[in-house]
Design a protein around this ligand. Structure first.
Ligand SMILES: [Zn+2]
Length: 274
């Protein structure tokens, strides 16, 4: 049964495709302990997807998967359900992850990218926030403190991986992949392509939370470097799921929910347009 009562939590993890192949958080971090599961909340946009509540180093953390769930629920509506819950929980910091395709020919499957900017080409996502009434400035869309925490965690847990601490994420509507001509077009605008990142990045700003994510290259974009194989795509999603989960949890455990070292909440002003 859905409930209207949302537990307080200052940290949240939005699970993407890169951890889909592993239970989360389970045994991925020594200080993670489950509190509650299958929490469905009533929201003005319909019942939320199931959340998991766990503690990480004593702090409550909300976890939800926002990829490939509940067919028939438009992505924009699903995102607003999730952010309505995160807003009521008082979430201040959000970390995310996903598997993405490469646009930049320097990137290979298995590389990790912590994106610092994005281009949103979606056409059927959220058109308004859950708080609203604010001008959301995208000068520095991704929290530098969150990015630094993810970078430290990735270097510690995956020292042999190539890690890129900047990159532009081009967000497409999906669910299909891009054609070779589309990839050539998108290469002018970004480094990786995927179907996560937005609207989450600006809904986080809407609720006054910091947002950052780490992305695993799982395939070359069509026409980039070489044809990709479905076997390698599957292998990346399964073999690296635990590593991606461990990186996100390690970064989350190191983050204070207090705002320090970033100006994310200053980039949200009263709107002049009513
Ligand atoms: Zn921030």
């Amino acid at each position: 049964m859905p409930t209207a009562v949302v537990p307080a939590a200052r940290l949240a993890v939005i699970g993407g495709s890169a951890t889909q192949g592993a239970p989360f958080p389970d045994d991925l971090h020594p200080d993670a302990a489950p509190l509650d599961d299958d929490l469905v909340f009533e929201t003005p946009y319909g019942d939320s997807p199931p959340f998991r509540l766990f503690t990480l180093a004593g702090e409550p953390v909300l976890h939800v998967r926002l990829h490939g769930w509940r067919p028939g629920v438009p992505r924009g509506l699903a995102s607003r359900q999730v952010f309505s819950v995160l807003y009521r929980a008082g979430v201040r910091r959000i970390l995310s992850e996903a598997g993405v395709g490469s646009l930049n020919h320097l990137l290979d499957p298995g590389d990790l990218v912590i994106c610092d900017d994005f281009v949103d080409l979606t056409t059927d996502r959220a058109v308004e926030g859950v708080v609203g009434g604010r001008l959301l400035i995208m000068r520095e869309p991704v929290c530098p403190v969150g990015r630094a925490a993810l970078s430290r965690a990735a270097r510690r847990l995956a020292p042999d991986r190539r890690l890129f601490t900047r990159g532009v994420y081009v967000v497409t509507e999906g669910p299909r992949f891009e054609s070779p001509a589309e990839v050539r077009h998108l290469q002018a605008g970004g480094d990786v392509v995927g179907q996560s990142f937005s609207p989450e990045v600006w809904l986080a700003r809407d609720i006054g939370a910091c947002y950052a994510g780490i992305y695993l290259i799982v395939n070359y974009g069509e026409g980039v470097v070489a044809d990709w194989s479905h076997d390698e795509l599957k292998r990346r999603f399964t073999d690296d799921a635990r590593l991606m989960g461990r990186i996100v949890l390690d970064a989350a455990a190191s983050l204070s929910h207090e705002q320090a070292g970033c100006r994310c909440r200053e980039l949200r002003k009263p709107t002049l347009l009513g």
